[in-house]
Design a protein around this ligand. Structure first.
Ligand code: SF4
Length: 289
């Protein structure tokens, strides 16, 4: 219950108890990310985490979902994460799901047995920011993990039974890599085969390296209409076995949602209709960022 502001969580965790097990992000170098630039990364002492769980279990005993803060709770060793998950199970009898943002390197640093043990203790969902499948763009944005490392992390987590939600960013390749970015992102999503996919639109936030690159002209943003071209290409190249697809974040110009592969044609047709002007795009002033 003790937080270091600002605190972030995925939209789908709006009703979750947010438990701070770390503060900040252990990487904290992605050029587009402003989430934790004001925070120094640290792992919370276990006693403090246990005290927070005890407080929350008194105030919110019906808690069903818990989201572990901040940017990469999986950076904590399995030996330290497991007692936290055990304490959550013991404290919340109705607990159905524990989730967190995850970093590919942190997942890959765990053994298959550790990933299975974490899932058995309730960690059943991880959110990972792929952003791009294009290796050149991935290097430019200082993601801190290669594309292959990210694919491996998602595949290994899912093999252990941890469902993965993969986030991507339309426009992350700028104008010079727009096509490569969209096609490669769809192809990498296909290799990952996650259960959830979300497509947001890149937004340069003041204070980030990306914002400076935009200001200096080093990075050229694509237009709202061009995000539709990327979205269509990405959908065409995303061949997954079964995933919920969402492109309805506040940053998106065209809110979309459905299941892949079942709704692919409908989703693509909706994008094409918007490009023909049949569906108005969200005006800038309505985009909540
Ligand atoms: S790993 Fe995630 S939280 Fe950390 S800097 Fe990159 S995008 Fe931000």
């Amino acid at each position: 219950m003790r937080y270091v502001e600002p605190v972030f969580r995925p939209p789908s965790e709006a009703n979750s108890y947010l438990l701070a097990v770390t503060d900040g992000c252990s990487h904290n170098k992605c050029t587009y990310c402003a989430m934790y630039i004001t925070k120094r990364f640290s792992v919370r002492p276990q006693e403090q985490v246990f005290e927070d769980i005890a407080m929350a279990s008194e105030l919110m005993p019906e808690t069903r979902r818990v989201f572990l803060l901040d940017g990469d709770a999986m950076t904590i060793s399995a030996a330290k994460l497991m007692p936290i998950l055990e304490r959550l199970r013991a404290s919340f009898p109705n607990l159905q799901r524990v989730s967190s943002y995850v970093n590919a390197i942190s997942v890959n640093n765990k053994t298959d047995e550790e990933l299975v043990a974490l899932r058995e203790l309730g960690l059943t969902l991880g959110y990972i920011g792929l952003e791009t499948g294009d290796a050149i763009v991935n290097d430019r944005i200082v993601k801190g993990a290669t594309i292959d490392e990210q694919v491996t992390a998602v595949q290994r987590a899912q093999a252990a039974g941890i469902k993965m939600s993969v986030m991507t960013l339309l426009g992350m390749g700028g104008r010079d890599r727009t096509r490569e970015h969209a096609v490669a992102t769809g192809e990498v999503l296909s290799r990952m085969d996650p259960r959830y996919i979300s497509c947001l639109c890149v937004t340069p936030v003041p204070g980030t390296p990306l914002h400076e690159q935009v200001e200096s002209g080093e990075f050229e943003m694509i237009t709202p209409e061009e995000t539709l071209d990327e979205l269509e290409l990405l959908l065409e190249h995303t061949l997954v076995s079964g995933a919920v697809f969402r492109s309805n974040h506040a940053s998106n110009y065209l809110p979309l949602g459905g299941r892949l592969p079942a709704d692919r044609e409908r989703l693509i047709a909706t994008v094409q209709a918007a490009r023909r002007g049949e569906t108005p795009l969200k005006p800038e002033y309505l985009r909540g960022l």
